[in-house]
Ligand binder design. Structure first.
Ligand code: CTP
Length: 465
């Protein structure tokens, strides 16, 4: 027995473990060559496939295949012995120790970049196959999406600027009602060269999709016309201010086979998506309560009085509802505690009751400032998202024993719009009418609360005697 263990030990020591990492989107011959070269360096090949949230957080926004699909493709290769998923920045060094790696191999397009790993293992740069890459395949297989902007909102220029970081989209056209404003916006604009003050004419141009950022009450009609003109729509939320209108627009998008997405950028951020992956593992037990606050002073000049008078619930509750709804699902009841001035709500505490008695506690306010954090409380622990939670970069999984705290950091680039633009255009390219990050039922969910509030404010019809 002892002899067996010793000889087994020698055998284990003699086995050379090689590890390599990559995205492996649209698996191609360059990947295959690299993986075979890596395997030839040793006996046991581990392949780390980069997770979509990690890829997106480091600026790789155009990957078309899901992590699951890419993992499956690598697992199907008979010369690959183990597949792992790479989810965070320092994982490579951790893996070298964890798997007792002898050789770290990677294509020579990374030459020098991973020299720091020599501290843990031997680093080998292998020749890259010329003339092929996932980027090239994506370009050859998918058309660039042409987008036009509707309205001159606060995010219009930022949207155009951020679109430059998304490789599959071109944004160069705008429509707004005000002819002079459009003219002055496009005059020396390096990106948005074409301006329109006639919506039908604008829709008649060869654009595939529109981004709408106008007064909230105008969303419905602009969306409807765009869908009927065969355009995909990304629109600031709320999509509509009436229940019937929202229903109508969602079924129209379905009928026209077009993508209609709410521009709630939080839903597309890498950290926000990672949070749900952690939650799904049951790490905090059964969720009993979700609390989220979103307030803004809207002091900047570009916010007019009429903007703020749309009310805190209409302007901001999409964000709090997104979190509450995604974690707890559809509410069984909604209670409002609004604080109103001049006929609109400056502050609203929205309490929702969900399955198994779980509570949603959302606070939204305009012209008043509070701590914009969020807490998801469970039977084993809680998740804390520091302010501003809706620009999710970091979250912590906390327990009664503070030593057990897990910290998740997912920095994002720019103002966060590029992740939403990338998801929107990538879905269009792949002919998909739904996003997993913001499903049609999420869209209904984020609008439910504000539609209910608007309904509750309408004068009640007197019952006939
Ligand atoms: N690779 C290679 N030859 C190619 C393309 C990739 O040897 N023509 C190697 C890379 O050097 C890396 C691994 O394959 O070690 C995974 O690369 P990945 O970034 O997933 O593939 P790319 O085709 O380079 O993807 P992209 O164009 O999105 O950067």
């Amino acid at each position: 027995m002892l002899f067996f263990l010793i000889s087994k030990g020698i055998e284990m020591k003699n086995k050379k473990t090689v590890i390599t990492y990559g995205t492996y989107d649209m698996l191609h011959v360059g990947h295959m060559n690299l993986l075979k070269r890596a395997k030839a360096l040793g006996d046991y090949l581990i392949v780390g496939v980069t997770d979509e949230n990690y890829d997106r957080s480091r600026g790789k926004l155009n990957v078309v295949e899901s992590t699951k699909k890419r993992v499956k493709a690598i697992e199907a290769l008979d010369f690959v012995d183990k597949v792992i998923v790479e989810t965070h920045k320092n994982q490579k060094a951790e893996d070298m120790v964890k798997y007792d790696v002898d050789i770290f191999a990677i294509g020579d397009d990374w030459k020098g970049y991973f020299d720091y790993l020599n501290e843990y293992t031997h680093v080998e740069y292998l020749p890259r196959t010329e003339g092929i890459s996932s980027t090239k395949l994506r370009k050859e297989n998918f058309d660039t999406i042409k987008m036009g902007l509707v309205g001159l909102g606060k995010d219009t220029q930022a949207f155009a600027d951020e679109s430059q970081f998304v490789s599959n989209v071109k944004v160069n056209r705008i429509y707004a009602k005000d002819f002079l404003a459009v003219k002055s916006f496009t005059k020396d604009n390096e990106l948005i060269k074409y301006g329109h003050d006639n919506y039908d004419e604008f829709l008649d141009t060869p654009i595939d999709a529109v981004y709408i950022d106008t007064q909230l009450s105008e969303h419905y009609i602009y969306i409807k016309k765009a869908l009927l003109a065969g355009k995909h729509v990304l629109c600031e939320n709320p999509i509509a201010l009436e229940k019937d209108e929202l229903k109508e627009l969602l079924s129209l998008a379905k009928k026209e086979k077009k993508l209609l997405l709410s521009a709630v950028k939080t839903a597309f951020l890498p950290a926000f998506n990672q949070l749900f992956k952690e939650l799904d593992t049951g790490v905090i037990g059964d969720v009993k309560e979700v609390r989220a606050t979103r307030t803004s002073l809207y002091k900047e000049k570009h916010y007019s009085d009429s903007f703020i008078k749309q009310g805190a619930t209409n302007i901001l509750s999409s964000y709090t509802s997104l979190l509450v709804n995604k974690v707890l699902g559809k509410p069984k009841s909604i209670t409002f505690f609004p604080q109103e001035e001049d006929g609109y709500d400056i502050n609203n505490l929205i309490v929702t009751k969900h399955k198994n008695g779980a509570l949603g506690i959302a606070n939204v306010a305009v012209g008043m400032k509070s701590e914009g954090d969020a807490v998801i409380s469970g039977t084993k622990g809680y998740i804390y998202i520091p302010a501003p939670w809706w620009l999710t970069k970091k979250f912590e999984v906390r327990f009664e024993d503070t030593h057990k705290t897990l910290v998740f950091n997912y920095e994002f680039e720019g103002c966060g719009l590029r992740y939403m633009i990338a998801e929107f255009t990538s879905l269009i390219q792949r002919g998909k009418n739904k996003s997993k990050m913001l499903t049609p039922s999420d869209i209904v969910g984020i609008n439910r609360v504000l539609l209910e509030y608007n309904d509750s404010k309408k004068p009640k019809k007197k019952k006939e005697k």
